[in-house]
Design a binder for this molecule. Structure first.
Ligand SMILES: C[S@@+](CC[C@H](N)C(=O)[O-])C[C@H]1O[C@@H](n2cnc3c(N)ncnc32)[C@H](O)[C@@H]1O
Length: 266
């Protein structure tokens, strides 16, 4: 849709630009190339929650710029495959893997994860996915695919920032959906779908408060660099993204949208 605001082509295509790097650092404190609501504390926790061990095989769904998958591969000494629909993200991820001499351990593939995944059954020890499921039509089919490609006992962690927690107006839903396809779900829906796909639920953590902070810091870091970002993205895109980030801050700050993190086991 031409009216949509772009976030991913700009963020991944301009990954190396100082302005984007500064925005990430000011937003998250540590630069993992993020374009999500994940806090740095959570980024550090994920390998531990997945019980990653050296040599294990890990799948990331919606790997974005790829920087976080590289961090996981390096710190946990495991193999990671990152899938993303965005060609700029995949290109950036593979270039970073080369630069960091990690291409034997990590690779990125362009893939629409709403379609069957290009892997054999029982291929992975663990799966992680930060703020991607909200974009995927047919969530049950994706969960069934992830169950299929995991080894028995394998773990999955994923977050969803679009769990409806209160009243939303049509204008708020439109602003929150400015950058693409979004699916809003009622509380309990992800738990129901995980169970239907065959997963055993381990834990659900509410990270809404942290997501509201990330949205505010992201908005403010961009606002400080308005002239540079307007030049890179164009005025319409800059303003649209600021409106989107302000909306995320309000809706999560007031807990009308919740961000939950789900940990489960095959
Ligand atoms: C909110 S970003 C999160 C990126 C990364 N996980 C992070 O934490 O920074 C969502 C990502 O999902 C990807 N995505 C959206 N729809 C997808 C699909 N159908 N298949 C694969 N990736 C998709 C986007 O390209 C984007 O990189």
């Amino acid at each position: 849709m031409s009216s949509r605001v772009d976030i991913y082509n700009n963020s991944y295509g301009n990954y190396e630009q100082d302005t984007y790097r500064e925005v990430r650092l000011e937003t998250y404190g540590e630069d993992f190339g993020q374009t999500s609501w994940v806090s740095t504390e959570e980024s550090h926790e994920i390998p531990r929650l997945l019980a990653l061990t050296p040599g294990c095989s890990v799948l990331e769904i919606g790997s974005g710029s790829g920087r976080y998958a590289l961090y996981v591969a390096e710190t946990a000494r495991c193999q990671v495959v990152g899938l993303d629909l965005n060609a700029e993200g995949v290109r950036t991820g593979n270039a970073l893997a080369d630069q960091q001499n990690l291409s034997a351990q990590v690779r990125f593939q362009q893939c629409d994860v709403s379609q069957p995944l290009p892997f054999a059954d029982g291929n992975f020890d663990a799966v992680f996915s930060n703020d991607v499921f909200c974009h995927i039509p047919g969530r049950l089919a994706l969960l069934q695919e992830l169950w299929r490609v995991l080894k028995p006992g394998g773990r999955i962690i994923f977050s969803d920032a679009l769990v409806v927690g209160g009243t939303l107006s049509n204008e708020e839903i439109a602003s929150r959906s400015l950058i693409g396809c979004y699916l809003f779900v009622p509380p309990g829906e992800n738990e129901k779908l995980m169970e239907a796909a065959g997963f055993q639920r381990v834990d659900v953590t509410d990270t809404t408060e942290k997501a509201a902070e990330v949205a505010r810091r992201w908005h403010d870091a961009r606002e400080k660099r308005k002239p540079e970002l307007t030049q890179l993205e164009g005025t319409i895109n800059f303003d649209g993204l600021q409106k989107f980030l302000a909306c995320v801050h309000t809706l999560t700050g007031e807990r009308r949208l919740l961000r939950l993190v789900y940990l489960a086991r095959k």
